[in-house]
Ligand binder design. Structure first.
Ligand SMILES: CC(C)(COP(=O)(O)OP(=O)(O)OC[C@H]1O[C@@H](n2cnc3c(N)ncnc32)[C@H](O)[C@@H]1OP(=O)(O)O)[C@@H](O)C(=O)NCCC(=O)NCCS
Length: 204
């Protein structure tokens, strides 16, 4: 077995025999748990998974309200998509999409609410939230949904295509800049004027 001195020498020696740390030092790749992340639908039958989702929402929001909201939305039967972000053997993020509507003079228009979304504080700012949203929007598009509405950080959601411009004709109790919509089919919100109606669980 080579001793550490000779190994070091081999690693730092160029083909021409000169020491050159830059050309011969092996690249050290820092593998983070997030590199093995998968996004998948929640297993609704798994009580441990439901409990993990509850804990993630509690930890991310610093209180039980959003965690309880998830349970209420499930009980109301309005959940369309519930996704978890999983690193090996651990769930670290969650996003939930539920059925809502826009009540217009011509009738009710189906839409989807995004809420809540949470990533464990230790794993934030590593792209997990973004992957949850992208995955969810793709699923919804494939399932024939047309309109997605979010109330959230005005600096965060526009990067995924949400815009407060798209909610100008929609009535809601939220501040205009935080109240954003996204068209999964371009132009589908054109001419839609009305009041948004959220599931009862939101208490709006
Ligand atoms: C919001 C949240 C889900 C994002 O998850 P994430 O995995 O950290 O997100 P990503 O890594 O994909 O994106 C990180 C970006 O989110 C932005 N971001 C995170 N929290 C933000 C906040 N409160 N306001 C504005 N931007 C925020 C960061 O600026 C960062 O952007 P940058 O990398 O350009 O600086 C996560 O921060 C979280 O759980 N927050 C607490 C709960 C919450 O606020 N949920 C959303 C309710 S609208």
């Amino acid at each position: 077995m080579a001793d550490s001195t000779s190994t070091e020498a081999q690693l730092n020696t160029t083909a021409s025999g000169e020491n050159d740390r830059k050309t011969k030092r092996p690249k050290i790749v820092n593998v983070r748990p997030e590199d093995n992340l998968i996004i998948r639908e929640e297993n609704t039958k798994d009580a441990a998974e439901r409990s993990a989702i509850h804990s993630i929402n509690e930890a991310a929001f610093g209180g039980p309200d959003e965690a309880d909201l998830v349970d209420k939305l499930r009980a109301e039967g309005v959940v369309l998509v519930s996704l978890v972000a999983e690193i090996p053997e651990r769930i670290v993020g969650h996003i939930l999409f539920s059925r809502m509507s826009i009540e217009t003079a011509a009738g009710s228009v189906s839409a989807v609410a995004v809420a809540p979304m949470a990533v464990l504080p230790k794993h934030q700012r590593r792209g997990i939230g973004g992957r949850l949203i992208h995955h969810g929007l793709n699923l919804l598009r494939n399932r024939g949904e047309h309109i997605v509405i979010v109330v959230g950080h005005p600096d965060y959601y526009p990067r995924f295509g949400f815009s407060s411009e798209k909610t100008r004709s929609l009535e809601s109790p939220f501040p205009q800049d935080a109240f954003m919509a996204m068209e999964l089919s371009p132009g589908v919100l054109d001419g839609v004027r009305g009041v948004v109606r959220y599931p009862h669980a939101f208490g709006i």
